[in-house]
Design a protein around this ligand. Structure first.
Ligand SMILES: Cc1cc2nc3c(=O)[nH]c(=O)nc-3n(C[C@H](O)[C@H](O)[C@H](O)COP(=O)(O)OP(=O)(O)OC[C@H]3O[C@@H](n4cnc5c(N)ncnc54)[C@H](O)[C@@H]3O)c2cc1C
Ligand SMILES: NC(=O)c1ccc[n+]([C@@H]2O[C@H](COP(=O)([O-])OP(=O)(O)OC[C@H]3O[C@@H](n4cnc5c(N)ncnc54)[C@H](O)[C@@H]3O)[C@@H](O)[C@H]2O)c1
Length: 463
């Protein structure tokens, strides 16, 4: 039986960082992974999704090329199979990088399904990635649960006929007619990707606007952009059941308003839940709530030797936050440095076309505690002028009226994630609107609008 200072279950964004920082600080570390090295982000999340966004955007750029003088034909078809193969080769390369990075750090790697036997013992058995793996027992002073999350399907008849983002990344063919249920991150992003590749997309969601939880003006602006991309939106609707109408190749989606839709694929983009099923948490007495492990930002659970980081805690559910949680935990345990991240000003992006980028508070959140000055600007970006591509950029600053501190910055438009990542530094540093105004513009750019918004759009008193 091996003995470790720290054993990490799950080699995703959080687990890998936690293991590496612990090992760098002299701890004897082991890590187990059952499915794919690098976790969701690398294999079934951020990375393949962003490659798909690039694929869809490339088609749109080719469409625009004649307006900039290029003698090119409109793209006629998208080679889904060829693209997926190229994407898989890139992911395989990244898997290899993760394995060698962990090995170089002196960490012992275990391929298999891990489960707890008690607060300091775990067992690793066969899994999809290692069906023949022998069962091994491990002892560790500290155990980190970093098993992430998996997609949730709605509990309705025929739900098994739908696919989730997991399956979408490996479909043998691109569905021509797609229904997407849910307009959170995944629903909106895949609507943009599939529409960009030529699919007919219907987007179904319960609320009047997509992207619940984001700034209302951002949501309304995004709704218009989704229309402009030819995606048919069905707000205020809920699915009732799915029926097989073509031997698993065609599905009928029946909605609560009585309408039904026949499509090649229904994608359920209806949230994710913590991956805890086979971990043996109940036997060890780890406290759970609504299906996720209860742990603070410091990773501490109710069991002193057991920690939890990333999606399994169901708080931020993003890659950079899982990485930050893993990093902070390893340092807290093996070399307290006091490094922290400002989670209140977490930048977020939704990679639609055009993408959304936000940091800090929405107008609605800020108005709970602050009197506000709101600055907004809408304009056609220069790149869209010659091709006459419709769709405006929205930029918005939420400013505290008394301190002048910028509480939130929001953008929907080309390069919004890149621009907002940089503006996140200013919002995290609590810079004022005056300091943004002192910054000289970089012209011609889209980002310059954030330092040239002179006149307030409106005043909002705290509610
Ligand atoms: C389609 C999609 C797109 C996304 N896009 C973005 C994005 O653009 N930006 C962003 O910031 N976030 C994005 N996310 C979210 C991001 O991927 C997650 O928040 C992040 O991966 C969470 O990291 P984690 O370390 O908690 O878990 P994960 O990365 O999920 O890693 C957990 C690992 O644990 C393994 N595991 C589970 N159980 C066991 C077990 N019993 N034994 C051994 N191993 C086990 C799993 O196989 C997995 O590899 C996206 C997610 C999805 C689904
Ligand atoms: N760009 C990014 O950073 C990125 C991209 C993808 C995913 N993610 C992460 O992954 C998480 C999961 O993404 P997601 O889009 O699946 O979840 P989400 O929580 O963002 O959206 C879920 C959607 O499903 C709908 N829904 C939930 N229950 C429903 C029901 N019973 N009936 C009808 N609709 C229902 C919700 O209203 C919402 O529209 C995100 O919260 C995010 O943290 C991040």
């Amino acid at each position: 039986m091996q003995d470790y200072d720290l054993f990490v279950i799950g080699a995703g964004s959080g687990g890998v960082r936690c293991a590496r920082i612990a090992a760098q600080n002299g701890a004897r570390v082991g890590i187990a992974e059952r499915r794919h090295w690098g976790g969701t982000c690398v294999n079934l999340g951020c990375v393949p999704k962003k490659l798909m966004v690039y694929a869809a955007e490339t088609g749109r750029m080719i469409e625009d090329a004649p307006a900039f003088g290029w003698d090119v034909q409109r793209p006629s078809s998208f080679d889904w199979y060829g693209f997926l193969a190229a994407k898989d080769r890139e992911i395989e390369r990244l898997n290899g990088i993760y394995v060698s990075m962990l090995e170089k750090a002196g960490i012992d790697l275990y391929t298999g399904d891990a489960r707890l036997l008690d607060a300091n013992t775990l067992e690793i058995g066969p899994s999809v990635l290692a069906p023949e793996a022998p069962v091994q027992r491990i002892r560790a002073k500290k155990i980190v649960l970093a098993t992430g999350s998996t997609p949730v399907r709605l509990d309705i008849p025929g739900a098994e006929l739908a696919i989730t983002s997991d399956e979408l990344f490996h479909l043998p063919e691109r569905p021509q007619k797609v229904a997407i249920i849910g307009s959170g991150y995944i629903g909106v992003e895949f609507a943009g990707i599939l529409a960009g590749m030529g699919s007919q997309v219907d987007l179904f969601y319960r609320q009047p606007l997509p992207l619940r939880g984001f700034d209302e003006e951002v949501r309304a602006h995004l709704k218009e952009l989704i229309d402009l991309h030819g995606i048919t939106q069905h707000p205020g609707t809920t699915p009732v059941r799915l029926e097989d109408i073509g031997g698993g190749k065609a599905v009928r989606l029946v909605m609560d308003d009585g309408e039904s839709y026949e499509v090649d694929a229904v994608i359920m983009a209806t949230g994710r839940r913590a991956a805890v099923d086979s971990l043996g948490l109940e036997a060890v007495g780890v406290t759970m709530e609504k299906g996720h492990v209860v742990a603070g930002i410091d990773g501490k659970t109710n069991i002193p030797s057991i920690y939890a980081i990333g999606d399994i805690r169901d708080q931020y559910n993003l890659t950079p936050t899982a990485i930050a949680e893993g990093h902070m935990l390893a340092e807290q345990l093996f070399n307290p440095q006091g490094r922290t991240w400002s989670f209140e000003t977490l930048p977020k992006a939704v990679f639609f076309s055009s993408p959304v980028g936000v940091v800090g508070l929405s107008e609605e959140e800020a108005a709970k505690d602050h009197d506000l000055v709101i600055y907004t600007s809408q304009f056609t970006p220069m790149r869209q002028t010659l091709p006459k591509r419709a769709g405006k950029v929205l930029m918005k600053l939420v400013v505290d009226r008394h301190s002048d501190v910028v509480l939130g910055a929001h953008m929907v438009g080309p390069d919004a994630p890149e621009i907002i990542q940089m503006l996140a530094i200013a919002v995290t540093a609590k810079l004022t609107k005056k300091q943004l105004d002192q910054t000289v513009a970089l012209h011609p750019s889209t980002a310059e609008e954030f330092v040239t918004m002179r006149s307030p759009t409106r005043m909002v008193d705290r509610h």
